[in-house]
Ligand binder design. Structure first.
Ligand SMILES: Cc1ncc(C[n+]2csc(CCOP(=O)(O)OP(=O)(O)O)c2C)c(N)n1
Ligand code: SF4
Ligand SMILES: [Mg+2]
Length: 351
């Protein structure tokens, strides 16, 4: 893989966050993606969100599969832990890492090919198990890296660059994530940083399986008039459900709300998601109505974006399994080898 490090010099007066880092400290290598690729905008949004949250980069683990989208972790959070896995296998590698060390912030980055075809089962099981992660699919409706074949999220009737028409039904990953029990589901557009950055921040703060489907045009193979994942198409059909602001530990950081109905969702860590509703009647805490809303707006030709569903009381896999609270590599001899009496108890419980 091509690797171009960025020059380290930066303006001495760049603003710093509460851990004393600048936005530059959250960057990675120089991107080798096509100029204008939506994936680069998502990388910029991830950098901004992690800077805004003052997350120490070494507390983050970024994992991906294979594809242009899965290459992007090289281009952000250069100081974080990283694992570029096999095509479609990011979720199981992430699950294993999370089970071994629950103290890191897990960020999974994938593509629509990576998650909706070869990795569909992996995607489904990581979500339904409640792995505490932020799972982002950079959805361009094609296999960008292998030169533009239709993916499973391509809409029926959409036309490829060379004129082939897709005859298969698309998979809506956000709708499936709602159905599978994800406790945070959102959709956004790579070209809408104002919407995307707070969604990523909220997902990173969420203590459960958080999924974000980000429409991300592939300028090389899927940005022409017959595509439903092009910049023009998504801009014309985007229906934002709500606008999101986040207050950390009840300290308001943004206070500019236009008039409209406002809903506050308090998360486990005390942060408050403040939603200004744009769509009357959408309750993001009601799973059934969230599902209905996606389907209803889809039938009307709209792509629903914003926070689709959130469970304010999420739970994650470690709580479900009742595992030890710390990372496995921090366990001492006494915990790892509790003695013959403990072994006898386990054996007795299995007889
Ligand atoms: C096991 C395996 N099968 C197939 C491939 C070939 N392959 C590489 S990337 C890719 C699809 C990538 O599409 P997507 O996940 O949508 O990422 P994008 O490039 O569009 O961002 C495929 C089929 C592979 N690398 N490994
Ligand atoms: S081929 Fe498409 S997805 Fe890949 S880098 Fe180029 S524009 Fe992005
Ligand atoms: Mg793709």
């Amino acid at each position: 893989m091509t690797f171009l490090p960025k020059p380290k010099l930066h303006h001495p007066k760049l603003p710093t966050n509460t851990v004393g880092l600048t936005r530059r400290d959250y960057e990675g290598a120089i991107s080798t993606l096509c100029a204008g690729c939506g994936h680069d905008s998502i990388s910029a949004a991830i950098i901004q969100a992690c800077f805004n949250l003052s997350l120490p980069p070494h507390r983050i683990a970024k994992l991906s599969g294979i594809g242009c989208s899965s290459k992007t972790p090289t281009y952000f959070l250069g100081a974080a832990h990283g694992f570029n896995s096999v095509h479609g296998r990011m979720p199981s590698v992430l699950t294993g890492a999370y089970l071994a060390n629950r103290d890191l912030v897990y960020l999974g980055v994938s593509g629509d090919g990576d998650s909706a075809s070869i990795g569909f089962g992996q995607f489904a099981h990581s979500i339904r198990r409640g792995v505490n992660m932020t799972y982002i699919v950079e959805n361009n409706g094609v296999y960008g890296l292998t030169k533009g074949q239709f993916s499973a999220t391509s809409d029926k009737g959409s036309v490829a660059k060379k004129g082939a028409v897709n005859t298969d039904q698309p998979i809506d990953l956000a709708a499936i994530a709602v159905q599978l029990g994800a406790t945070f589901v959102a959709r956004s557009f790579s070209g809408d940083k104002e919407q995307l950055v707070p969604l990523i921040e909220a997902a990173l703060l969420h203590e459960g399986a958080a999924f974000i489907d980000v429409l991300s045009p592939c300028v090389a193979f899927n940005n022409h008039p017959g595509s439903t994942k092009s910049y023009d198409y998504v801009r014309e059909h985007n229906e934002a459900l709500n606008k999101l602001d986040i207050m950390f530990n009840r300290q308001e950081i943004t206070v500019s709300y236009a008039p409209g109905e406002v809903t506050d969702v308090v998360q486990h860590d005390g942060s408050v998601l403040r939603l200004r509703k744009l769509h009357e009647g959408h309750d993001p805490t009601n799973r059934a109505s969230a599902m209905h809303h996606i389907m209803d707006r889809k039938a009307a030709g709209e792509i629903v974006t914003g926070l689709i569903y959130v469970d304010p009381e999420p739970s994650a896999l470690h709580e479900h399994l009742g595992t030890v609270t710390g990372p496995l590599n921090a366990l001492g001899d006494a915990e790892l080898c509790p003695g013959v009496d403990a072994l006898a108890k386990v054996n007795a419980s299995l007889r």
